[in-house]
Design a protein around this ligand. Sequence first.
Ligand SMILES: O=C(O)C1=C[C@@H](OP(=O)(O)O)[C@@H](O)[C@H](O)C1
Ligand SMILES: C=C(OP(=O)(O)O)C(=O)O
Length: 466
Amino acid sequence: MDALVRRSAVRGVTRAPSSKSYTHRAILAAGYADGALVRSPLDSADTRATARAVERYGGAVERLGESGEPDDPEAIDFAETPLDAAPGDLLVSGFGGRPEVPAQVLDCANSGTTMRLTTATGALADGLTVLTGDSSLRSRPQGPLLDALAQLDGRAESTRGNGQAPLVVGGPVAGGEVAIPGDVSSQYVTALLMAGAVTEAGVRVGLTTDLKSAPYVDITLEVLDAFGVEARALDGSGAPLDGAADGTAALAVGGGQSYDPTDGAYRVPGDFSSMSYLLAAGALAADPDGALVVEGAKPSAQGDAAIVDVLDRMGADIEWDRGDGRLTVRRSSLSGVEVGVADTPDLLPTIAALGAAADGTTRITDCEHVRYKETDRVSAMAEALGRMGTVVEEETAELVVHGGETDLTGATVDGRADHRIVMSLAVAGLVADGETRVRGAEHVDVSFPGFFDALDDLGADVGREE
Ligand SMILES: O=C(O)C1=C[C@@H](OP(=O)(O)O)[C@@H](O)[C@H](O)C1
Ligand SMILES: C=C(OP(=O)(O)O)C(=O)O
């Protein structure tokens, strides 16, 4: 599907979808538990992949229908649905820390989080699990996680021997110490901590490099804590493991723990990565007489809340009522800034689009790991913004966007089957001359299925063509 975006204004109140990162963790944590109610989860292609994996490992995941009752109550081993459950909540029956050997291959579709987190689950099972995904996921790096599971005496192989899926993993591992690089994906650390809690001995993860995307590990620690699991980050003063770089951190989770959420339930907060597109749309294209308000923006561990600060530094008129979780943004003239994205890789496409519409240079640094996503997002944004008339320079770990030198011009651009590239280019299209055609618009289903409807409701001129 193509999205056709024309220059237009947005105004009104909208709500960000629930957090993808928290939803993945909550569903899997409920799987590691005897079960839990996951309130306000994100329903998207990626989170459905994690729900399927939990089912393959012996759990069950039921979405509550309009009546607040599961569509198939028989599927869930729960005495009764909690009284205050709402439609859309997920009732999860877990496998109590002891995953079954799946009877079928795990298809993680497009979701890196699902593949990394549930590969470590497979190392707990007494047999082999096979994991695969779409062509994008089968080209992403899994080697460091496979090495780590091998250090725990698990079986962990890439079928092609290239560190990429399909993967074969088996156990059961008993826990222990691993050393792993932190500059490819933080999801390996999350995976090891979540699985480590239900091993016999626990897992200590020593980092051999700096940790990129570190706030995502904070999200993990927050969810583990809510499920009653103790895990902690040790600072660089802790004695490094063999192979760990001096002074780099380690993380540790004790073994023999049980996942047990307070009151049997966990509520997912709003997603700041998804909000970034709405806020960027407001800063660039809010109706001069109005504002764009995004609800569901309560503070949490999400590093991507940094988009508020980035917009503020670019000169946007933005206010955040943290208590009410409301962000209000008005159209503003923006100036280029320098932003490091070591902690916030998913913001790169949004910041690049903002930079193209801002005056002056926007320099996005520390972005090498952004190349290992659904696509190489550094080159994807350089290419697409270049087609829209912006001068962009691409280095290994930097993207430099020269905004305002030429007007953004509508063009046909490739979303590279990547939800974040699609959404960022659609936002750029709101302030481009003429029509912007974004190819592969259906991929927003991965994290923000209602994205184009939300833009439409806010008054943007967006069409869709099969
Ligand atoms: O753990 C998570 O929920 C995520 C971690 C980040 O990936 P990396 O740790 O691979 O950078 C991020 O880019 C991804 O969208 C979600
Ligand atoms: C990279 C992303 O997710 P994942 O790693 O789960 O595919 C993302 O949502 O931008």
